[in-house]
Write a protein that binds this ligand. Sequence first.
Ligand code: F6R
Length: 353
Amino acid sequence: GKSGYGHYMLKEINEQPQAIRQCLQGRTSEHQQSVLLEELADLDHDGLVQLVACGTSYHAAMYGEQLLQERGMQAQSFFASEYDADRIAVDNETLVIGVTQSGETADTLSALREANRAGAATLAVTNVVGSSAARECEYVVYIRAGPEISVAATKSFVSQQITLALIASTLADVSLPRFLRALQRLPDHIQRVLDRTTTPAVASEIADSEAYFFIGRGTHVPVALEGALKMKEITYKHAEGFPSGELKHGPLALLTPNTPVIALVTNGGETATKTIGNVNEVAARDAPVIAVTDARESVEGVSDTVLEVPRTHPWLAPVLANVQLQLLSYWVATRLGRPIDKPRHLAKTVTVE
Ligand code: F6R
């Protein structure tokens, strides 16, 4: 059942601390010095990594791509439906990772079959034991999110992000004690966001808007895209996400006082400063600004509303920011009376190409 929550989506958003604990269970060494992924014990790969996925899982794959690159690997992510092994370089030196919660998405399965045909090693990152993706691939790492009933993916996304982070550390063979310690604290940090969020009130103010824009840089780009996808799927409102630097190259023309811009500004440094510059361009067009930040003082002058997240390792800040975005979409959809767990025209598992 929904355990007292109005919808499975809200229940599953609230299950994220537990989902992460399950995902990490037994997968790091005692003092968080290194990652232990038994599933990959006999995989020794230092060549190209390609990630294939759809929808929300594609956004997790983008995050995985960035993490792999950060750790010194060559990585590329693809929409599974656009993966064409005849056109791109893929051979027996390539590792292809299929990221799919259900393990049954037709486009992702088809990309994995192509990869297998091309001689690549294949790895499924999935939630469902014995799923088609798990059977298609040579290697499997389960994300252990537990059953996800709501059509809109929430806890499976965070579990995919964490699993890909563990895989990236394993493949790159790097030990990142600071990152791993921050990972152990992530469930508590998410709990803090869940306990203190002001998204119900913010949602009431913006529920009548014409459209929503989500912007961020670097590690926040996948989350900006994910925030927009969640918003459109459960509220039926127009929403778009893009890198904040792209704002001035077109989308700026769409901004009005009725198009809130949700800006992801964490981690300080040059990235945050540049995004704040982009936020100023938004404010000058009288569009309302909602900043998701770990440094309230840095954005107070340029934003109308602030959604706070605890400060954490830079690679985990987007994970925390995403929880605020999930809640924001959920509460806007609630204010609009949408059938949140079963949006029109959508199915939990898409078994046609
Ligand atoms: C959005 C959503 C979809 C799925 C996509 C892939 O909330 O759930 O975009 O992420 O259909 O599904 P899986 O991960 O099962 O391959």
